[in-house]
Design a protein around this ligand. Structure first.
Ligand code: SF4
Length: 149
């Protein structure tokens, strides 16, 4: 059976921008008996923890990968390069670990699947994927938002 890539914060790693984790109560059931590869793209991309919150500006993760949008933190600092580097390392980890699926943290500018914040830092969700979710999806890895968070 395939392994599954999981956002590290969902497994109790305190790697979120605020230095906390986001344990998913439904994760164990969703993973069943598969091997898990825990990964945090933002940390892997070279960003510190804690760090400023960031959002996608001008499009979603697919647009970032295609050079049409950026990732910017709430001070206006462009962190696009770190997000893309983290996504590429997440894809490498998924491939090395034999992961056919990823269960990722909803709404994150890296890990979000199907809905992300709109870049206003006003808590507004729009349809779209985070940068890592987008790269995994277009690379043939099925991406699902983790349940219960
Ligand atoms: Fe969690 Fe993904 Fe954000 Fe890392 S980048 S803290 S794994 S949501």
């Amino acid at each position: 059976m395939d392994s599954v890539l999981v956002s590290a914060c969902l497994r109790g790693v305190p790697c979120r921008f605020d230095g906390r984790d986001k344990v998913s109560p439904g994760l164990a059931e969703a993973v069943t008996d598969r091997a898990v590869v825990s990964f945090c793209p933002e940390a892997a991309g070279g960003l510190p923890t804690p760090r400023r919150p960031a959002e996608l500006v001008g499009g979603d993760g697919h647009d970032v990968l295609d050079g049409r949008a950026r990732v910017v933190d709430d001070t206006g600092c462009d962190v696009t390069a770190e997000f893309v580097a983290g996504a590429e390392r997440a894809l490498a980890a998924a491939r090395n670990g034999g992961c056919g699926e990823a269960l990722l943290m909803p709404r994150s500018p890296s890990c979000g699947r199907g809905a992300v914040y709109d870049g206003s830092f006003g808590g507004v969700l729009v349809a779209g994927d985070g940068v890592t979710a987008a790269l995994l999806e277009r690379s043939g890895i099925r991406v699902r938002p983790a349940p219960g968070v």
